[in-house]
Write a protein that binds this ligand. Structure first.
Ligand SMILES: C[S@@+](CC[C@H](N)C(=O)[O-])C[C@H]1O[C@@H](n2cnc3c(N)ncnc32)[C@H](O)[C@@H]1O
Length: 348
């Protein structure tokens, strides 16, 4: 029986003492966005310097102090990440009128610098384009020149690695990596630098602390987990929110640990996870269905150049997909007071 484990911890991620050094294979996260109004109180509660700068109308000071709150979490992330492990950080820049002047605060640039200063290497990032239907999306002086602003409809997924390429040493590790291969057509979409994915629904019912979840859509962590980790790996989300990263990991047979400073939200995340077995089962099934649709669209000559996948028997485009194996989440059980275990069986 193959299992993965899921831990939901209520704590500020500046102190992840329960996570040993170098024990995390991948970090996938999205912090609160500095200088986006929704997060002003969250930062002010965590730092008197943020509250004082906001009070004084010192916008640049507030921006920097908010990032210092995040820096404490980046310190911990760099400690717990293994050599060769990846960190994927989803962040949007903030646009805001400050004292009557419209400005952009470049969160992604500040986070890039923070992680590089902590020794991680920066890799090519992804622009996540999130089309907006808002009628008021054009900002500024209408049709007259020199006073309007570009509509901001993208966020960043910054990608970092700790040290050089990860080494898969033992036979078991090599085997797990081969089974975790992605399909050729997934590679072509996932490793593009532009992702067009709609935002997730934000309304939160039954959560006393929050009306909006600020969750990213499941597709974002699901792709990242499949791209940058292997079956059985451990993924960390220090700003876990509603637990979207944990949901993605459950469907992808990775273990996951999430932290969040908001106890009520974390309870909602645990509850959502406990009732999501059908979603976990749908994720690998949808991969298979998309692959079958891809094969049906191939012309006969292209099909002839395909290889046969060994565990499942379907055709695949490349040799590296021959050992790709899908697993079906089978059952979910509680693990201690805060977590869950999931068991999996090979896909028949
Ligand atoms: C943008 S949301 C993350 C949403 C998440 N990706 C999801 O899909 O639900 C940021 C989260 O960080 C949490 N947070 C803020 N400061 C924190 C801290 N110091 N440690 C841990 N969590 C924190 C907030 O409570 C919020 O849930």
């Amino acid at each position: 029986m193959i299992t993965s484990s899921f831990q939901f911890t209520h704590a500020a991620a500046q102190h992840m003492a329960a996570v040993p050094d170098g024990s995390v294979d991948l970090i996938v996260t999205s912090p609160p966005y500095p200088m986006v109004e929704m997060w002003d109180d969250c930062f002010s509660r965590q730092s008197g310097a943020v509250a004082a700068a906001m009070e004084a109308g010192d916008w640049d000071g507030a921006f920097e102090q908010m990032h210092r709150v995040l820096d404490g979490v980046w310190d911990e992330c760099c400690r717990v990440l293994r050599q060769g492990g990846f960190a994927c950080i989803n962040i949007g820049d903030a646009t805001r009128s400050c004292g009557g002047t419209f400005r952009l605060f470049s969160n992604h640039a500040r986070i890039l610098r923070a992680l590089e200063e902590r020794g991680l290497f920066c890799l090519p990032d992804i622009h996540w384009r999130k089309p907006s239907n808002a009628p008021s999306k054009f900002m500024g002086s209408g049709m007259y020149p020199a006073g309007a602003y570009v509509t901001y409809e993208h966020e960043y997924i910054l990608i970092f690695r700790k040290g050089g390429k990860r080494v898969f040493r033992t036979r078991d590790e090599v085997e797990r990596r081969r089974e975790s291969a992605y399909f050729w057509e997934e590679r072509n979409t996932w490793f593009s630098d532009l992702w067009e994915i709609n935002g997730a629904p934000q309304a939160l019912k039954n959560c006393p602390s929050r009306a909006r979840s600020a969750a990213f859509p499941l597709e974002v962590p699901y792709r990242l987990v499949n791209m940058y980790s292997a079956y059985g790996d451990t993924v960390l989300d220090p700003f876990g929110g509603l637990g979207t990263t944990a949901l993605a990991c459950a469907g992808a047979m990775r273990s996951c640990r999430i932290y969040d400073a908001d106890a009520a939200l974390l309870r909602c995340a645990r509850d959502l996870f406990a009732h999501s077995l059908p979603l976990f089962q749908a994720l690998p099934r949808q991969r298979l269905e998309r692959h079958q649709a891809f094969l049906s669209a191939l012309d006969p000559q292209a099909r002839e150049r395909c290889y046969q996948n060994l565990p499942h028997g379907f055709l695949v485009k490349t040799q590296q997909e021959r050992q790709l194996r899908l697993y079906r989440p089978q059952s979910i059980a509680p693990l201690g007071a805060e977590g869950f275990t999931l068991s999996y069986a090979p896909w028949e």
